[in-house]
Every structure is written in structure tokens, then in C-alpha cells.
Write a protein that binds this ligand. Structure first.
Ligand code: GTP
Ligand code: MG
Length: 204
């Protein structure tokens, strides 16, 4: 994939701050620390376009990045704040949820959500509840396993089986990636382009 340009557009704390240019958007969603910002950076070959951190909860606003490629449609990547970080105050957690839902529930430009799953963890209630919530709102989701490099080859199949069983999805539904070694990045771009070329869903 040839990236001509990848640039930060804006950070938003509420709906009023979201861009209005109508470019197709792909949102990165998942627990804090799952690797959303790292994967976004890897897709555009940039080390630190989206800020990453070993401290969960680094991304607290909705961040928009414009990506220009050779002979491909322009796309906005949307880095959403991570959910499910137990150590933050309840009030702050509610605030994150409000912001994520404000974005996901009514966004005409949104072509699809990448729901990221850490290869080492079993999906929890957050992920399980999220899939029907998105489906009800007509949002198309692709499931992306992150940090594949952290699994030994011998444990890989068992881990993937656990993930697919928990979520009740087929194995083919998972895109397997590593932001560290670049595994699965081309496959993920293909999945993204399939979403971008869809007609936007009619939303209730
Ligand atoms: P929040 O913004 O807090 O929601 O986190 P995030 O989902 O954006 O995660 P981030 O990309 O900041 O990554 C969290 C940590 O995981 C960082 O220390 C990354 O270096 C590490 N990490 C991310 N992706 C990978 C990967 O594919 N392999 C390995 N080994 N580490 C990764
Ligand atoms: Mg982040």
C-alpha cells in the first residue's frame, strides 16, 4: 500500500468537533491498551502519528487522521478512546462512553468499525455486548486480532478458538495482525477498502 500522506486532522470532545467534510471514515475501537493507535500508525507506516503508550487511557478524545494513498479513495481514520479501563473514575468512564456513542450512533460518514481484540485475552462482556449494539445501529464491524507477535506459534490456534467461541463468530471473521512485525497489515487494508467502497448504511 502506497501512502502519499497521513496527517492529523482534529481532536474532538463532542459531536460539534467532528469533521464535516464527509470523507469515508473507518473507526478503531477496543479496550484501552489493545493497540488501536499502534495499528493505525502501522497501516500508514508512521511511527507516532497517533500517540501510543504503555499507560492505558492515553487516547481520551476522538482523533481524526486523513490518509491519502496512490490511486485509492481518501479515508479518515478515527482513533476512539479505549474503554474498559477499570482504574479510572466512574464519572470519567461514563464520559468516555458518552463520547464513543455520540460518534458511533449517528455518523453518516462512518463506513465501518474495526473492533480490536488482544490476542492474549478472552473477549469480555464489553466486546460481546458491543457487537449487537453496533448491529442495531446499522454499523458494519470487522474483528481484528492485535499483538499476534505475542503468541507462540504453538498456542496460537487455541487462543483464536477461544476468541471465536466467546464471540460466536467464525474463524474467517478475524483479521490477524501485529503492529510490531507488520503481520496482517495488507489483509487489513483489503478489509478496510471493502468497507470504504460500501454504500453508507441507511440509519434509523
Ligand atoms: P488507548 O489509547 O489507551 O486506548 O490504547 P491503544 O489501544 O491505542 O493502544 P496503544 O496503541 O497505545 O498500544 C498499547 C501498548 O501495546 C503499547 O505499549 C504498544 O507498544 C503495545 N502494542 C501495540 N500493538 C502491539 C503489537 O502488535 N505487538 C506488541 N508486541 N505490542 C503492541
Ligand atoms: Mg490509543
Amino acid at each position: 500500500m502506497e501512502i502519499l500522506r497521513a496527517e492529523f486532522v482534529t481532536s474532538a470532545a463532542d459531536r460539534e468537533g467532528f469533521p464535516r467534510d464527509g470523507l469515508p471514515e473507518i473507526a478503531f475501537v477496543g479496550r484501552s491498551n489493545v493497540g488501536k493507535s499502534s495499528l493505525l500508525n502501522k497501516l500508514v507506516n508512521r511511527r507516532a502519528l497517533a500517540r501510543t503508550s504503555a499507560t492505558p487511557g492515553k487516547t481520551r478524545l476522538v482523533n481524526f487522521f486523513r490518509v491519502e494513498r496512490r490511486e485509492q479513495p481518501e479515508v479518515l481514520f478515527v482513533d476512539l478512546p479505549g474503554y474498559g479501563w477499570a482504574r479510572v473514575a466512574r464519572r470519567e468512564r461514563a464520559e468516555w462512553q458518552r463520547l464513543i456513542e455520540a460518534y458511533l450512533a449517528g455518523r453518516a460518514a462512518l463506513r465501518g468499525v474495526l473492533l480490536l481484540l488482544d490476542a492474549r485475552r478472552d473477549p469480555g462482556d464489553d466486546e460481546r455486548d458491543f457487537l449487537p449494539w453496533l448491529a442495531e445501529r446499522g454499523v458494519v464491524v470487522r474483528l481484528v486480532v492485535t499483538k499476534l507477535d505475542k503468541l507462540r506459534a504453538s498456542e496460537r490456534e487455541a487462543r483464536l478458538r477461544a476468541i471465536t467461541r466467546e464471540l460466536g463468530i467464525p474463524r474467517e471473521a478475524l483479521v490477524l495482525t501485529s503492529a510490531q512485525n507488520g503481520a496482517g497489515i495488507d489483509a487489513l487494508w483489503n478489509a478496510i477498502d471493502a468497507l470504504v467502497s460500501r454504500e453508507p448504511a441507511a440509519r434509523a
